[in-house]
Design a protein around this ligand. Structure first.
Ligand SMILES: [Zn+2]
Ligand SMILES: [Zn+2]
Length: 491
């Protein structure tokens, strides 16, 4: 441990590890560089946005039998989302990263330059990359900017640092090709290799408690506030710290509230709304957790306007987000997978040894209507490409767009269960279920999940201005919500 005084404000700055190149002053956000014999002020970095992550600096865990400590983090933001990269130091003096995205966690260790990596432009979602005799699949490709930092970091990074990364998966194995520093003289990206993990498996100590999380989230409170639509003046209910994007149900305006004032981005008067059973503001008690519907999206198949369904975005301050889908053949509850299936083709998928035959040929879907609060920008007309596979009451879905491929798993929920969760009588599917082959491709939830997957732990900003909404997070455990067991339709 090394202590020094911040060259800018004089406060104590701590270096817990000798592998850290710099530390961010907790009081003035100055980046303090530690050289052999001098301490230098490199200027300030943005403050991190407070989120629902249970991780914090000083927490410790074990990965692959090696103990580590969380030393610092950077937050990265791209067009529609934000995620954390936690810098972790191992007892043996090595370092790694614990990525914390949409409640999914991945540990990676640096392996130096990737000598066999294709050029940045040659990699696309679903493309292949070989490492260690395994075929990895590209699941994500994006350019993001560093917007905040905290604690210690292994190299000099600051606001405006641009990350260019490609993530690849093979089962639970995970690797990142980092093209950020690729130049004329260094043409290969840095390679980081590791695994998708659950925090419980890392035997984490000193995580933030529920009270700690609630207290920081409470700085702008998860309580509902009301903002007037800047276009038509209608009240727009939202949860501070949860949503950055509101869609006015009265006039169809898309309102951005990620800055210090609400801005109308665009207006959709042509949006078409079908009957949906639930509405924004409806609450549900699901296995002891209270969820609220904060947004709804109506989708249709690109080539079949009669095939439509509704996706509800549910929020709980502690658990983050979930999706409930109301389709023509019933309801489903959806989980985003933090791993790839063992294999897949057009005909079937194998996940955990189970074979899921193709349910429908691949199809496109688009957003017809949206209302309520969202943690990314949703627009009428947005499109996604989908493929579905089904085994019993479970459906696997693959969604692909230009930046990523996401797999998710949905479980059928009965009408009676929905009625019980929401305390409503007489819940029906939109249409009686018929022969499976004739029902439209309706067990879809898709689109929105992609965006959720990439929108990291949206954060609660440590700021009193309630107008100032910031990204909030999807807690890890949120993604591992036990699927409804009490369902009368089980077995
Ligand atoms: Zn300072
Ligand atoms: Zn309006």
């Amino acid at each position: 441990m090394f202590r020094t005084a911040c060259p800018s404000c004089g406060a104590e700055v701590l270096f817990r590890s000798t592998i850290s190149a710099l530390a961010v002053c907790e009081y003035c956000q100055s980046r303090v560089l530690r050289n052999a014999d001098e301490v230098k002020d490199l200027g300030k970095i943005g403050q991190v946005l407070e989120d629902y992550s249970p991780l914090q600096i000083g927490a410790s865990g074990v990965f692959a039998g090696r103990a580590f400590t969380v030393l610092g983090r950077i937050q990265l933001r791209y067009a529609a989302g934000l995620w954390n990269e936690w810098f972790i130091g191992f007892a043996d003096g090595k370092f790694g990263w614990l990525a914390d995205a949409s409640g999914q966690y991945m540990v990676t260790l640096p392996l130096g330059l990737a000598s066999n990596a294709p050029a940045w432009t040659a990699l696309q979602p679903e493309g292949r990359y070989e490492h260690g005799g395994r075929a990895f699949v590209v699941t994500d490709k994006r350019v993001a900017n560093c917007v905040g930092g905290q604690g210690e970091l292994p190299f000099v990074v600051g606001n405006g640092y641009q990350a260019q990364v490609v993530d690849c998966r093979s089962g639970e194995r995970f690797l990142t090709l980092d093209y950020s520093d690729v130049s004329a003289t260094q043409t290969q990206p840095q390679l980081y290799v590791g695994e998708a993990v659950q925090l419980a498996a890392l035997q984490m100590q000193l995580l933030r408690s529920d009270e700690d999380i609630q207290r920081s989230a409470g700085r702008i409170k998860g309580a509902a506030h009301v903002l007037d639509c800047p276009n038509c003046g209608s009240p727009l209910p939202y949860r501070a710290g949860v949503a950055t994007q509101l869609v006015c149900a009265a006039c169809g305006s898309e309102v951005d509230c990620s800055g210090d004032r609400a801005l109308v981005l665009t207006k959709h008067t042509e949006a078409e709304r079908y009957h949906a059973t639930l509405d924004c503001g409806d609450g549900a008690m699901i296995e002891g957790v209270k969820w609220t519907v904060i947004g709804l999206i109506e989708m249709a198949e690109t080539d079949d306007a009669d095939s439509h369904w509704t996706e509800y975005l549910l929020y709980n301050w502690q658990q983050g987000f979930r999706w409930l889908v109301e389709a023509q053949d019933g309801w489903s509850w959806v989980t985003v997978l933090n791993r790839l299936p063992e294999s897949w083709s057009a005909q079937h998928v194998v996940l955990d040894g189970q074979r899921y035959p193709q349910r429908f040929p691949a199809y496109g879907a688009k957003v017809l209507y949206a209302a309520g609060a969202f943690n990314w920008r949703v627009s009428v007309g947005d499109r996604v490409h989908l493929q579905e596979y089904r085994q019993g009451e479970f459906t696997l879905s693959k969604e692909v767009n230009a930046e990523e491929v996401v797999w998710s798993q949905a479980k059928v929920v009965s009408n009676q269960q929905i009625a019980q969760w929401f305390g409503k009588q007489d819940i029906k599917s939109l249409r009686p279920a018929g022969d499976d082959g004739e029902v439209s491709r309706s067990l879809a939830w898709r689109y929105t999940l992609i965006l959720l997957a990439i929108n990291l732990p949206l954060a609660l900003f440590a700021d009193e201005l309630i107008e100032q909404l910031f990204w909030t997070g999807i807690a890890a455990y949120a993604l591992h919500w036990p699927l409804n067991q009490g369902n009368g339709d089980d077995e």
